[in-house]
Design a protein around this ligand. Structure first.
Ligand SMILES: Nc1ncnc2c1ncn2[C@@H]1O[C@H](COP(=O)(O)OP(=O)(O)OP(=O)(O)O)[C@@H](O)[C@H]1O
Length: 595
């Protein structure tokens, strides 16, 4: 009950960039702090210059003391600013996460509803990777790098030869950093994709542990997983080997550049073109100028993965824009109208349901029958707005489902899917749909579903903890707790997809009683079934065949048409298509006639 209308998609990177831009002020603060820190970073070099050229030359201890006190003051200020800058960055990261995580959670949900393939944890992992990258050393490197010209300018001031040497050395080292990123990127990208696939497959397969154990499939599944996993390890190793070679050379080059700068400085001193203080200060400044390059080199390995994470997230957010808010209509009586419905699974365009057209008055019970694959479950999903129609409308008291606010509609609708889908949590939380648990409503729903006594028999009654997918309950128990969840909060429309698939005779009888109670409560009911006993409680019958509406009408009329259709070739002009032989319905019709 979620697939509302979507707003048009915005630019692929728009949403992430806009989220970052809301922290413009924080970035300005980080920039200002970085600026002051980088100016203060000149202090050790200038101190060295003064000590060598002034204090040692003059032998003035007072000057040394004053210089040292000033230097220590600058260090203290720098430490405080670094600390505040880190706090600002941390706050930025938390805010960024808070802003995007719910949106990414929703988009992941929509993607799963549509494709059923996405590893739900991946986008949130991607967000974490982006946050860690954006709030780690790499961000500081980004803000520190623009100060590189200041250091080089000071070196030019000391001596142009030293300035040009620093500039040349930095360009070479930056080239190496770029090369490093370039040679490793394809392998890291491939490794990232393989890691995601192997993690997703491992997670999905191991969830079906009982089938694996029961039929000895572990070795086969492990082999399939290992191919991907080993591929990931291979690509990762290739990337690491190439990076190791470049990084090794880079380290040697970096040390050579620093030593050569000192050597050049010494030669300039010998040539009387520079003071010894400038030689030492120049060497310190060069180390400072090269520091962001080191940080960038360190980040380059992460960078490829971060870019991929950013690409995946942008794609997800672009493909699944925020759901339209929808409206809160007054509580409907429960009149249901399906108009020229054309529907397909969300990942497909080929309709599996076409031309479905029927109306139910509030409080009526409709039974839907048809052979396997006829489109019954697809119809159920459209009736609860889980799958949006390709064309046509489903209306609740004349308001199309896609115009409702999804949460408001969800509260008025009960849905029991074929595979029940309970969640990890207590029985009460499951029945209350994981909202605030209203105990009176939980018990009322359980009583209406005829499951109250059964729940009281559980070890901790309503507080019994269930595992993922309702682990801890039998199939039939899950189905009955699922029915109570569908009835929570007095819904006006309830759609039950094969609610008796896992029930024994006693369970069937309970379900029949529950249906009676729902009818008394005036709930509009849609029941999909293969079992004939539910037909007795239907007011109307819909027969689906190959995605089309084979017949619809009051129960007895459709039954009579089916009987006639079984005895003679169809002549009725109103009939959409020839009726196939539905054993269960026919048997029931004959039994009902005989009665
Ligand atoms: N998630 C899906 N992705 C792709 N195709 C789907 C999906 N769900 C259903 N279909 C296709 O839609 C058609 C109708 O399926 P549906 O589940 O609605 O049939 P059904 O009448 O409920 O069958 P059954 O009685 O076996 O549950 C089938 O051909 C099926 O292959």
């Amino acid at each position: 009950m979620t697939a509302g209308k979507s707003r048009p998609a915005e630019g692929a990177h728009g949403e992430l960039a806009r989220a970052l831009l809301t922290y413009k002020r924080s970035f300005v603060h980080i920039g200002v702090f970085s600026g002051v820190i980088n100016i203060l970073m000149l202090a050790p070099a200038l101190y060295m210059l003064q000590v060598y050229d002034r204090v040692l030359a003059s032998g003035n201890e007072m000057t040394l003391l004053m210089l040292t006190v000033i230097l220590l003051g600058m260090y203290a200020l720098m430490g405080a600013l670094e600390w505040v800058r880190s706090l600002v960055v941390l706050r930025l990261g938390t805010g960024f996460d808070r802003k995007l995580a719910p949106r990414i959670y929703d988009a992941t949900f929509s993607a799963n509803l549509k494709t059923g393939k996405l590893n739900a944890a991946q986008p949130l992992d991607d967000l974490q990777q982006l946050r860690q990258f954006a709030t780690g050393q790499s961000l500081f490197a980004l803000f520190d790098a623009p100060w590189f010209p200041v250091y080089v300018l000071v070196m030019f001031y000391f001596h142009p030869a030293l300035g040009w040497f620093a500039l040349g050395g930095t360009v070479v080292l930056m080239g190496v950093a770029w090369l490093n990123e370039r040679v490793s990127r394809p392998h890291l990208k491939k490794a990232g994709e393989l890691a995601i696939n192997s993690r997703r497959d491992a997670g999905a397969n191991l969830r079906n542990a009982e089938v694996i154990a029961g039929m000895g499939m572990l070795a086969n599944l492990r082999r399939r997983w290992a191919e991907q996993h080993l591929g990931y390890v291979r690509e990762q190793n290739l990337a690491s080997a190439r990076m190791a070679k470049i990084q090794g050379w880079n380290k040697a080059l970096r040390m050579a550049v620093q030593s050569l700068a000192l050597g050049l400085g010494a030669w300039l001193v010998l040539e009387n073109q520079m003071t010894a203080g400038m030689m030492i200060a120049g060497s310190i400044l060069l180390g400072r100028a090269l520091a962001p390059i080191d940080q960038i080199m360190g980040a380059s390995r992460q960078w490829t993965q971060v870019k991929e994470a950013e690409r995946r997230l942008s794609q997800l957010l672009g493909d699944f824009p925020p759901l339209a808010k929808g409206m809160d209509f007054p509580r409907p009586a429960g009149n249901l109208a399906v108009e020229q419905l054309l529907a397909a699974p969300p990942s497909q365009t080929q309709p599996v349901l076409h031309g479905i057209n029927f109306k139910l008055n509030a409080g009526e019970a409709l039974v839907v029958i048809g052979p396997s694959g006829a489109g019954k479950t697809t119809l159920a999903r459209c009736l609860v707005n889980a799958w949006p129609p390709l064309r046509g409308k489903v209306r609740l008291d004349s308001a199309p489902l896609d115009q409702w606010r999804p949460e408001a509609l969800g509260a008025l609708v009960g849905y029991l899917p074929q595979d029940v889908q309970l969640f990890a949590g207590t029985v009460a939380e499951n029945i209350a749909r994981f909202g605030e648990v209203d105990e009176a409503k939980v018990i009322a729903a359980a009583q209406m579903a005829g499951v109250h006594e059964l729940i009281l028999q559980l070890p901790e009654g309503y507080q019994t903890r269930l595992g993922e997918n309702g682990m801890g309950l039998s199939g039939g128990q899950r189905q009955r707790v699922g029915l109570a969840r569908a009835l929570y909060g007095e819904p006006c429309l309830v759609v039950l997809d094969e609610p008796n698939a896992n029930l024994d005779e006693a369970g069937d009888a309970m379900l029949a009683e529950a249906i009676g109670r729902m009818k008394t409560a005036g709930i509009t009911l849609v029941l999909i079934t293969h079992k004939p006993n539910i037909l007795k409680q239907a007011d109307k019958l819909l027969i689906l065949h190959a995605g089309a509406q084979a017949d619809f009408g009051p129960m007895t009329e459709v039954m009579q048409r089916m009987q006639r259709g079984a005895q003679e070739p169809p002549r009725s002009p109103g009939r959409v298509m020839p009726l196939p032989p539905y054993g269960t319905a026919m048997n029931f019709a004959q039994r009902k006639e005989g009665a």
